[in-house]
Design a protein around this ligand. Sequence first.
Ligand SMILES: *[C@@H]1O[C@H](CO)[C@@H](O)[C@H](O)[C@H]1NC(C)=O
Ligand SMILES: *[C@@H]1O[C@H](CO)[C@@H](O)[C@H](O)[C@H]1NC(C)=O
Length: 130
Amino acid sequence: MKFSLFTLFMTAAAANLGGAAATPLAPRDVYVPPVLYPHAGTVWFVGQRHNVTWDNSNPPKQITNKIGRIMLRKGSRIISVILADNFSILLGHIEVTVPWVEDGSDYQIENAAVFGDSGNFSPLFTISGS
Ligand SMILES: *[C@@H]1O[C@H](CO)[C@@H](O)[C@H](O)[C@H]1NC(C)=O
Ligand SMILES: *[C@@H]1O[C@H](CO)[C@@H](O)[C@H](O)[C@H]1NC(C)=O
């Protein structure tokens, strides 16, 4: 148990580092803004609608890919559910419906450019009510 929790934590940390590394420090035209909501402590119930939001305050001057995609991940699973697709990243938010997934406190939202190679992960949050 301890081992698997540790593994999960390390995987999540690695995923977050990956997301952070993808955030442009130097000008870069694949723009992946950080997720603001859901945040740590968020609880979503199956079937609810929520606005996933992200920080649009500092976009680069040139954005090649403005089309976004929001995915749901659980723990270190590679399987991901697409919650929203084909929207403008410049919107700053997109409404999603919480899908019928098993209860868990290790969900993450990934905000990704549709044609980008990496995304930004939200902190772990909870989905309940299935
Ligand atoms: C999401 O944001 C839009 C625009 O602000 C708003 O109209 C809508 O009611 C919001 N949806 C939810 C579930 O809060
Ligand atoms: C994506 O959105 C654009 C603009 O709303 C629309 O023209 C296009 O058909 C959509 N593409 C897909 C694959 O849904």
